[in-house]
Write a protein that binds this ligand. Structure first.
Ligand SMILES: [Fe+2]
Ligand SMILES: [Fe+2]
Length: 473
């Protein structure tokens, strides 16, 4: 075990560098240890997790503040410096603690710290695969970061570029359906597939895949393999699963490897996608400097093409500090959507638009397979997208408002069950979505059994701690 004195010295040094870094390391150590204990690791491993958390970013002391605190994107050289920090930490520790500690403890501690930026998709600093990353390092990573998805819109598409994108999605569909029709084909390396058979009417035709990059083709096949694996597991557990079907549309293309299948050019506001070329994007400024960019998905929506980029952000750097410091309870209801324990009532129903209803009526009158039906379906999808955006916007506003409270308790109601009783009123309200987002977006959500009265009990939060509610924190 690393001595308490040494840990204290390190933490004090981190505090000198930055208050944030100090708090981050403390929190990561505590969370990692908690995860370890919860999944039943022995006490030695829990100690390693705690101590590696406290020490994991020590190497950042060796990186200049100019890089650590630089606003805007980092250059490749600066990124290289940042990538050095796990190595610098281990190097420093080897000089200080090696020899005084048990050999296996040291090895585990060093490996956990060295690989705390590894990703199972192979996107980490050392590009290690899932099998090569030790379990403790995986846990430390979970404690270290949280993932956020940023949506970037592809802008100013010329006719040629729109055509390239359209063709890419078409080829992705051909490849997907070709693989689904005979899953034995998944044994062939998909990156080498350049011709596929496509059903056109009653006959099969050969089609060339010349827009999709080799890596992207492989990633489409890998995603399908993953889906099959999950379905297999579900079946084993006794769930009823259907066969994978052919797709009429493929609306998302995975781009797993940052730097290979896609890369972001912050200075030029551009994204480069393997073989498809460079595209102007809107929204790059949302990605914070300290974000670690991981995989992305190219998405086609009725309103255009988007890139959904997953990033890992250091924990606790984005907690809002202006909380009012009180706890609050929420009651969900059908007529009045949310009632807070302090009396505030929030109603946020987002109704279906008259245009949507009109289009649905029109669709019912069209014939299957007709051109008119396709056209109406396209408008309908566009209208649904708009409605979903509006619903998400409403949820965002509520979540942003709730963030001022220190702790938020809400009932774990079975909202899906309500729609049977109250029909459309619940279906179009977006309560279900709000509830699942409450769980994931807030820093300290507390889900309470559905029969508990959160609004009344929460006034007595301090007393409620000894009740089941308290165990949630
Ligand atoms: Fe780190
Ligand atoms: Fe960290």
């Amino acid at each position: 075990m690393v001595s308490k004195d040494l840990l204290n010295v390190v933490l004090e040094l981190l505090k000198l560098k930055s208050e944030y870094l100090y708090r981050h390391c403390l929190e990561v150590g505590d969370i990692a240890c908690l995860i370890g204990r919860n999944i039943g690791l022995d006490s030695q491993k829990c100690v390693i997790l705690k101590q590696s958390g406290y020490l994991h970013d020590l190497g950042k002391l060796g990186i200049s503040d100019m890089i650590l605190m630089k606003p805007g994107g980092l250059t490749e050289k600066e990124m290289e410096q940042i990538r050095l920090h796990p190595y610098l930490t281990v190097k420093t520790l080897k000089n200080v603690v090696n020899g005084n500690l048990e050999k296996t403890f040291c090895e585990d501690l060093f490996k956990t710290i060295l690989y705390h930026h590894e990703d199972s998709t192979g996107n980490g600093y050392y590009r290690k695969t899932s099998r090569e990353i030790p379990l403790l390092a995986k846990i430390l990573r979970i404690a270290d970061v949280f993932s956020a998805v940023y949506e970037l819109k592809l802008q100013n598409l010329s006719k040629r570029k729109s055509e390239v994108l359209r063709k890419a999605f078409l080829e992705a569909k051909w490849l997907y359906n070709w693989l689904v029709s005979d899953t034995e084909r998944l044994r062939i390396p998909a990156n080498k597939v350049s011709m596929v058979k496509v059903k056109a009417g009653d006959i099969f035709e050969q089609r060339e895949l010349n827009i999709l990059g080799s890596q992207i083709k492989q990633e489409i096949a890998d995603r399908l393999k993953d889906n099959l694996r999950v379905l297999g597991k579900l079946k084993k557990n006794g769930c009823t699963v259907g066969a994978l079907k052919y797709k009429k549309f493929v609306n998302s293309i995975p781009l797993q490897q940052y730097g290979v299948t896609y890369s972001l050019e912050f200075a030029q506001n551009r994204v480069r996608i393997q073989r498809l070329g460079k595209f102007r994007v809107l929204g790059l400024h949302q990605i914070p400097t300290d974000a670690e960019i991981a995989n992305a998905v190219l998405v086609r929506k009725p309103s255009g093409y988007y890139l959904h980029v997953t990033c890992y952000l250091p924990k606790n750097s984005h907690i809002s500090l202006n909380t009012v410091g009180k706890d609050i309870g929420i009651d969900f209801g059908v007529s009045r959507k949310l009632t807070l324990s302090n009396g505030i009532k929030i109603d946020f129903e987002v109704h279906e638009t008259p245009r949507l209803k009109r289009l649905q009526r029109k669709l019912a009158k069209t014939q299957k397979g007709s051109r008119n039906r396709e056209r109406i379906l396209f408008f309908l999808r566009k209208e649904y997208e708009k409605l979903n955006n509006r619903r998400k916007d409403a949820q965002n506003r509520i979540l942003a408002f709730l963030k001022i409270y220190r702790r938020v308790a809400f009932q774990d109601d079975w909202v899906k069950g309500w729609s049977g009783l109250f029909g459309r009123q619940v279906h179009s309200s977006g309560i279900g979505g709000l509830k699942s987002r409450l769980r994931t977006s807030l820093e300290t959500p507390v889900a309470v059994e559905r029969m508990e009265t959160t609004t009344r009990m929460f006034c007595l939060w301090e007393k409620a701690r000894s009740l089941p509610v308290g165990q949630g924190n």
